[in-house]
Design a protein around this ligand. Structure first.
Ligand SMILES: Nc1ncnc2c1ncn2[C@@H]1O[C@H](COP(=O)(O)OP(=O)(O)OP(=O)(O)O)[C@@H](O)[C@H]1O
Ligand SMILES: O=P(O)(O)OC[C@H]1O[C@](O)(CO)[C@@H](O)[C@@H]1O
Ligand SMILES: [Mg+2]
Length: 846
């Protein structure tokens, strides 16, 4: 049992095992490396179904190529552009990809091209590439597009020989391009490619799906209706499962997990009991590739017919269709596309001669490259498994997290006390858990609470909700949470339990311990930010004095600042990033309309520069000022000069400077805006925008909802494991080990509990930032992508390669001494004073 739980806690986020061993990192730190201009040409194209985030990838490919001294080309209309050539293959400039990142779809067009499937089409494509001297290709598409690219690469030498034979190119031309190097990026909403945790567009599609589902909730609930929704994904059920986790669904039908015979009855029982428990609406999610055990398609109308005939519920069908592929890309997809585009160019740039075909993937937070054909072949095996009806194999090939997500969803929606049997047995102990929120509101908090409650009820435990943080705990604002009460919580922002910033102190520990004891709380989940972390440190200290505090306690980091140590992602920061990105889009539009404006955008985050940096990357800002990287007037002056230069050079009508709220006490948002206003007055108008509490967001993003659920699952497992091993023979929980009071974090590809006693030494408690922050490595990318490629501007290189910025935070500003600062010196000062007085007295014979 123990081993099983341990494994679950450290299980990987995604990726199939054989591919994992083939992946090599693409180091962001090497991005800045340049060689002398080599005049190597590189082309980028988008192919297959479009997806949101493709433009971010194209923009990054073009700009990183220019930065590296390569000549970028845009191929329009996918492989059709390669086959037809002419105007469809065009050398491009920096400004050709300006103001494109916020657009959905692909600005260079995509197509499904029959001709490229034939050798004759690929022969024309090769001829066109040779004429343009291009032998580096970035393909952004799905499995089909990447397969085609690989075939093209393999055939390259033969194609060129044939072209020479047919006198379509000369021997000399062929000799200049002896090989074709290709890198593939997966642009597809389906997330169906093996080897990468996420594909470009999936997160945005999830945004569209949950927006639609959130809208349906109100109308469905008003009429007490059942909605049957068709969700895209071809043969992959990823979007469907994730939508179920993010919003809730009584039943999901996906190709990888066809329902057992007689599913119609089980589904109707489930719908009925859910209604009996007070739920006013139901969702049934049907993946477009849904099938039964016999491989027979199950459609939304099949499902509706079953419900109509067996239950007579008022049922409607909604097919979301291509809406899912439309609209603006989410912050996640803009960052993913940007990072993947940059990694693709870096891979091509670093190639010494001919290289294998690679696919760029994301694993945890890292960019990696994998042999392209291994990824395609593994993905194709899923198709074969489907044909052979080997559904377990299908799930296995989708990666370890896929099956776990199905299991999570089933537990989440299994209504206890109905025909679905809860996962408890009379022999297993039943514990009393509590959950509370501490700190400022953050998206995903309620999703975490709801999932925690449901998972535990499913296993036969009791869950108490503590209202209003530690204040509420002291006052006994505690009540039982039941299954139906938390139904709709996942889609709601803020904190349903209510949250306060109160951190326990020596005085309040007594009341807290008494309250925990009187309510019989044996395990505690605290969902919150840095104050929650400080609280856990205090509770651990208090364990020596108060045995009631010796219960397992886990914190799930929930703060838009992303500054809690022990995790790479806190709940709420993705929701906040999406708000920042939307704000940037609006400000850019305003600037474009009113011509020539620069906005200084102030983000939250305390002293942590995560939101400013990632917001700048996703929002296409020119720079991001943060506390962790100190800057001086000279840096500001250069950046202002750079901005002025961009406007002077023309073709430029907007600028965004991102500034973290605490990056510097003196170089304030107003100061920066005024500096820009004065220095740029002949070229632009400067304005500021302080985003403030808007960043806490409205409805949480899909990422935050899903992460909230996963954190709840892992936290429950860890708490249970600690409880089981620290239950005394009298049945009392007495947890004293440091690992029984932890932060549950996402570290690389693992969910990992880390004791707060370890973490407190890994962060700056005064400025509330972890010592190591993974995203710092992405900062050069912000500057490179904002560079204006005008060779006349001599300061330019200086701007980009500017490593004079200190990686140290700003020295703290002198604000006068407080009593706390002086306290430690008081005893030695008193002793010294007494000694001086005695010497003085002796000398004076007093
Ligand atoms: N086996 C192949 N040989 C050559 N070209 C191919 C091959 N498979 C696909 N292509 C090319 O790639 C294009 C896109 O392929 P496909 O329609 O399978 O989409 P995809 O890239 O898999 O994207 P998605 O499935 O996400 O829409 C095809 O129209 C064709 O031009
Ligand atoms: O845009 P089309 O050609 O109708 O293709 C739809 C298919 O493309 C995708 O949107 C992306 O692969 C699938 O989810 C869907 O099955
Ligand atoms: Mg495909």
């Amino acid at each position: 049992m123990l081993r099983k739980i341990k494994m679950a806690a450290s299980m990987e986020v995604a990726s199939s095992p054989p591919l994992r061993t083939l992946s090599q990192p693409v180091e962001t730190k090497d991005l800045m490396k340049k060689k002398d201009t080599e005049d190597r040409c590189l082309a980028v194209l988008t192919s297959g179904g479009d997806s949101q985030g493709m433009n971010a990838a194209v923009r990054a490919v073009v700009r990183i190529a220019l930065f590296k001294g390569m000549k970028p080309y845009l191929v329009n209309e996918g492989y059709k552009g390669l086959v037809e050539g002419g105007e469809l293959i065009k050398e491009c400039q920096w400004t050709d990809v300006t103001h494109t990142m916020h657009k959905g779809g692909t600005i260079i067009g995509t197509a499904r091209c029959k001709e490229f499937r034939e050798r004759s089409g690929r022969l024309d494509a090769a001829a066109n590439l040779v004429k343009a001297r291009i032998n580096n290709l970035v393909i952004i598409g799905g499995d089909g597009s990447l397969t085609g690219a690989n075939i093209f690469k393999e055939e390259w030498k033969g194609l060129l020989e044939e072209l020479v034979r047919k006198e379509r190119i000369t021997q000399e031309e062929a000799a200049l391009l002896p090989y074709l190097n290709i890198v593939g990026l997966v642009g597809s909403i389906d997330n169906d490619m093996c080897g990468t945790d996420m594909t470009i567009g999936t997160d945005s599609a999830l945004h569209r799906i949950i927006e639609a589902m959130d809208c349906l909730v109100s109308t469905a609930s008003s009429h007490q209706r059942t909605f049957v929704l068709e969700i895209m994904g071809r043969n992959c059920g990823y979007l469907t499962i994730m939508a179920g986790i993010a919003v809730g669904a009584e039943w999901v039908l996906i190709p990888e997990n066809p329902p057992k015979e007689g599913w119609e009855e089980s589904m109707c029982d489930k719908l009925k009991s859910s209604r009996e428990k007070g739920r006013r609406l139901n969702f049934i999610l049907v993946a477009e590739g849904a099938i039964d055990q016999e491989n027979k398609k199950i459609t939304t109308s099949d499902v509706k017919k079953v419900i109509d005939s067996k239950l007579g519920f008022d049922t409607r069908v909604t097919v979301l269709g291509h809406v899912q592929r439309g609209g603006r890309p989410s912050a996640y997809d803009r960052i993913l596309g940007t990072r993947m585009g940059a990694a693709a160019v870096q891979t091509l740039f670093e190639a010494k001669g001919e290289m294998d075909a690679f696919m760029i993937a994301i694993r945890g937070n890292e960019m990696t490259k994998l042999p392209l054909m291994s990824c395609v072949e593994t993905t194709k095996k899923i198709g074969s498994a489907l044909n052979e009806r080997d559904f377990n194999r299908m799930q296995e090939l989708r990666g370890s997290s896929f099956a776990r997500n199905i299991k999570i969803l089933k537990k989440l929606e299994a209504c206890p006390t109905t025909t679905c049997k809860p996962e408890s047995s009379p022999s297993s102990p039943s514990y009393t858990f509590a959950v509370m929120n501490v700190g400022a509101p953050a998206g995903g908090t309620n999703s975490c609470t709801r999932s925690f409650v449901r998972f535990l009820l499913y296993s036969g435990h009791t869950v108490l909700g503590i209202y209003s943080g530690f204040d509420g705990l002291k006052e006994g604002e505690i009540k039982n949470l039941d299954w139906s009460e938390v139904s709709e919580w996942g889609s709601v922002g803020g904190s349903k339990l209510g949250t306060t910033r109160t951190v326990p102190d020596d005085k309040s520990l007594d009341a807290i311990a008494k309250s925990l004891e009187s309510h019989g709380i044996q395990g505690l989940l605290v969902v919150g930010g840095f104050e929650a972390f400080q609280s856990l440190i205090k509770l651990e200290e208090g364990r020596r004095k108060y045995p009631a505090l010796c219960i397992p306690i886990v914190q799930v980091a929930a703060t838009i600042s992303n500054n809690v140590p022990g995790t790479e992602y806190s709940l709420g920061c993705d929701t906040a990033l999406n708000v920042i990105v939307s704000a940037c889009d609006i400000l850019k539009q305003s600037a474009t309309a009113s011509r020539k404006r620069v906005f200084v955008v102030e983000t939250m985050g305390g002293y942590c520069g995560y939101l400013a940096t990632m917001g700048a990357l996703a929002g296409g800002a020119d720079s991001a000022y943060i506390f962790e990287e100190s800057f001086n007037l000279d840096h500001l002056r250069k950046d202002v000069a750079h901005m002025v230069h961009k406007f002077k050079a023309g073709n430029f009508e907007k600028g965004i400077i991102m500034r973290n709220e605490s990056c510097n006490n003196n170089y304030t948002t107003d100061f920066m805006t005024q500096m820009l206003a004065e220095e740029g007055k002949d070229y632009f108008i400067a304005r500021s925008s302080v985003l403030g509490h808007l960043q806490q967001g409205d409805a949480p993003s899909p990422f935050d909802r899903i992460l909230g659920t996963k954190y709840a699952y892992q936290s429950m497992n860890h708490l249970l494991e600690c409880m089981e091993r620290s239950t005394t023979s009298e049945g009392k929980v007495l947890a004293t080990g440091s690992d029984t009071i932890c932060v549950m974090g996402l570290v690389g590809v693992e969910y990992k509990p880390t004791p707060v006693s370890v973490l407190k030494d890994k962060c700056d408690m005064k400025y509330r930032i972890p010592n190591d922050q993974w995203w710092i490595q992405l900062r050069p990318l912000v500057r490179i992508l904002a560079r204006h490629a005008d060779k006349k501007f001599h300061g330019e290189t200086d701007m980009i390669d500017d490593d004079t910025r200190s990686k140290e935070p700003h020295p703290p500003q002198f604000k006068g001494l407080s009593m706390n600062d002086v306290k430690p010196f008081l005893p030695p000062l008193l002793v010294l004073g007494a000694m001086i007085a005695m010497t003085f007295a002796r000398l004076n014979n007093w």
